[in-house]
Design a protein around this ligand. Structure first.
Ligand code: GTP
Ligand code: PEQ
Length: 212
């Protein structure tokens, strides 16, 4: 099964700009991309990075499509003659066991929810299904699948559900990750900070404020 990994190479992870400057965000996004691609390869599937701009990436083929995320993914879904999976590039806790649970279901549409309402991973076996990402896309994709009469499976997986959007999401990466992304954060001085409330993340080596 072909596994599409969408990747925004044009200034990714803007919602982390209070913690990471532009270069750091690019590096961190690429560390997560490598994590996801490696896990896809560990399951024996072929990843294809669907990038919004050209990138140097030696680990697997890259297809550049400058259109919006949904348009680029829908083009791949329409063109598919067999099952296609779409796995986001910002899932640093992903494991091959978690991904395998998604990929081995046989329903027409298989959805893995993200914290916050997104769709972190999916499989489509019907060209009638189209994506509409952003907002509460998980609910939208579930409705779409039901409207087109597709059989539907929903995967409840913590490891697939944690996507990295906001600074607080980094807590999960430091708590439960062992990936390149986790190591990248540690190397940059990010540490867990616990007190009376929820655990947060602080940076111990900051020599400058993020510029953008
Ligand atoms: N090919 C492609 N991938 C995208 C695009 N926008 C986002 N992605 C990828 O889709 C996944 C989810 O992205 P988001 O978290 O919504 O966006 P982001 O650009 O990574 O982060 P923010 O700038 O904070 O919104 C990630 O794997 C992104 O790299 C796009 O326009 N084209
Ligand atoms: C692309 C979007 O991701 P989020 O903004 O939820 O991370 C979604 O899954 O709909």
């Amino acid at each position: 099964m072909r596994v599409i990994v969408p990747f925004d190479a044009r200034g990714p992870k803007t919602r982390l700009s209070t913690l990471l400057d532009y270069d750091d965000r690019n590096e961190f996004a690429r560390a997560m991309l490598r994590d996801v691609v490696s896990v896809v390869q560990d399951t024996g599937r072929d990843p294809l990075v669907l990038s919004s701009a050209p990138i140097e990436f030696e680990n697997c083929p890259v297809l550049v499509d400058e259109r919006s995320l949904s348009r680029a993914v829908n083009e791949r879904l329409r063109a598919a003659s067999s099952a296609v999976a779409v796995v986001m590039a910002d899932l640093p806790l992903i494991t091959d066991a978690a991904l395998e649970r998604l990929l081995t279901r046989e329903e027409d549409v298989v959805l893995a929810r993200g914290i916050g309402g997104g769709t972190n991973a999916l499989v489509s076996r019907t060209t009638d299904f189209a994506v509409d990402y952003h907002g509460t896309s998980y609910l939208d994709h579930r409705s779409t699948a039901l409207e087109i009469g597709a059989t539907l499976a929903e995967i409840d997986s913590y490891r697939l559900a944690v996507d990295i959007d906001e600074p607080d999401d980094l807590v999960e990466v430091l708590l439960h990750g062992e990936s390149r992304a986790t190591q990248w954060l540690r190397d940059r001085g990010f540490r867990l900070a616990s007190g009376t409330g929820r655990t947060t993340v602080r940076r111990t080596d900051v020599t400058h404020e993020p510029s953008q």
